[in-house]
Design a protein around this ligand. Sequence first.
Ligand code: SF4
Ligand code: SF4
Length: 116
Amino acid sequence: MELEDLYALIPQLQCNPGCTRCCVEFGVPSMVPAEAERLDRFLQMHGIEKRYAKGTTCPYVDEQGCIVYPVRPLICRLYGNSPNYLCTVGARPIYLLSEDEEAEIFHFYYTYFAAK
Ligand code: SF4
Ligand code: SF4
């Protein structure tokens, strides 16, 4: 299983236009080593310096939104799409994952990627 295969299990959430609230409120997203490596490669390819969080704000959000969107980690993709990570401003996907589906995604995530 590749990270993209896992990400494909998560529905697409249409965020409220211009909203970056979760990126501003929840700090640096957690990520497994495989995601951190992808992020580092993306930063190098695009000539972006590695950034560090200030307070609760993710270092990769700006006025336009996420500047590392193609390689954002699982938790950013899951946010708003599963019962334990509901969007606090009410955005909902067409299809909300069930608790079992959410648990299965985390199971795959930690089984296949946490130790790499
Ligand atoms: S998930 Fe919700 S809080 Fe986060 S950017 Fe989208 S609309 Fe805003
Ligand atoms: S990586 Fe992108 S989507 Fe995730 S919290 Fe940071 S700015 Fe938001």
